[in-house]
Design a protein around this ligand. Structure first.
Ligand code: ZN
Length: 141
């Protein structure tokens, strides 16, 4: 397309009451996910109670932002016109070192070079409205 005015903006995240602390931390380039004060487990996505023991005594805890690619897929079709300039891109399932898995984008690497078990680290990308999206890029360890 030659006329940028015809390209719609990408959808921006819409924080829910449960996910608002996660998005607030991400906007400040910190990765924080829920942790249960009763049993100590982390989980994702955020919810009002612990999926492991059902306690509602939860807090958002800073995590390392390091993990590995559990699975991924390369998108080479345009499903939304705002992403036309991004294809091909990688949607991955990253397993954090703390345990939970997150659906995310794998960035900073050619899509054909992404591999399962590859070590990655969080890389925040601007998402409009002052928000940032936690993506993951290759890491040395
Ligand atoms: Zn728990």
């Amino acid at each position: 397309m030659s006329d940028n005015a015809t390209i719609p903006a990408k959808p921006t995240p819409r924080p829910s009451p449960e996910s608002q602390p996660y998005w607030q931390a991400a906007s400040e380039h910190r990765l924080e996910i829920p942790r249960c004060n009763a049993c100590g487990e982390h989980w994702f996505p955020p919810s009002r109670s612990c999926p492991h023991c059902l306690s509602a005594d939860i807090t958002f805890a800073h995590v390392t932002g390091r993990g590995k690619v559990y699975s991924f897929i390369i998108y080479d079709r345009v499903y939304h016109p705002a992403f036309a300039g991004d294809v091909p891109y990688v949607v991955g399932l990253v397993e954090l070192d703390e345990g939970p898995r997150m659906i995310t984008n794998i960035v900073g690497i050619a899509p054909e070079d992404v591999r399962c078990e590859m070590r990655v680290e969080v890389d925040f990308r601007p998402a409009g409205d002052g928000l940032a999206i936690p993506c993951f890029k290759p890491s040395a360890g």
